[in-house]
Design a protein around this ligand. Sequence first.
Ligand code: RIB
Ligand code: CA
Length: 320
Amino acid sequence: MTVPLVIDTDTAQDDCVALLVGLLDPAADLRAITMVAGNVGFDQQVRNAFMTLNVAGASPVPVYLGSRRPLVRAWVSAENVHGDGSGGLDMDQAGREPEAEHAVDALVRLAAESPGELSIVAIGPLTNIAAAVIKDPDFAGNVKSLYIMGGSNNGRGNITAAAEFNFYVDPEAAKAVFGAGFEITVVPWDPLTLRRAVFGQERLDEIAALGTPLSRFFTRVCAATLEFDRKVGIDGTTHPDSLTAAVLLHPELVREASPYHVDVETAGELTRGYSAMSWGVHGLEPNARVIEDVDADGFYEYIRSLLARETTPEREITGL
Ligand code: RIB
Ligand code: CA
């Protein structure tokens, strides 16, 4: 039984790995990729997505362009973290065209066509998801489950001390999504990602030694972020996005999860995008399941096994 899903992404670094999960895992029925403003320049994110599709050698999955900026605020880049998001790789993109339909319309349509069946893996700012909620009051009810990479569970932020990047970029969208009635699972930055989804040098060497197009692609797209991570005290590459896709497809990776009430700060200056995750003793009705622990070794082995596959990229990727 495959899992019908859409990945909503600000395609850079680990977003690319999450797309590979959706493209290569036989458990995944990846119906669409929807693009949202986040990590790096929007058009560069689209190029990164098409390069990822190409290196996977997968059958084409439709790519839809969504919001090029947050709902209210100006876009905030993470190019200082990810560079161009694909390690300087390049590919002739002639003929690789996104769909004409806007991503928000596609999200609404795909969910309405399969009510209660489609899961969404949201691994960028939640602008498209919020816009779909605004456009179609039935959208949240039509979506089977919404897996969100974002926020921190009473822990550190990354773009600021208080906030994780996806929620920081579009806090209004995040607040709207958590209030919309989705069945939500959250993969937070801290503590979960920092404790269970960082690949240190030994594991990065193991992946590089695979010598496949996928492993070379992984090494390149993660290079800029690895350099940044080490500057900020993280000794390896971070994989919150691919973990989010992995736990949807393989719930056995989840070791601990609890119901929380999650809300997002939109009024604070120092606390913009802060994720208030209440663990049930503050009289707040839970609106999400927050993952608290996963099988870290199992997750790494899962990603490594995907990258070990021999694929035949249709087009040459310069630098790969
Ligand atoms: O804070 C982590 C999130 O922002 C991930 O989605 C990753 O893509 C980073 O840019
Ligand atoms: Ca992302």
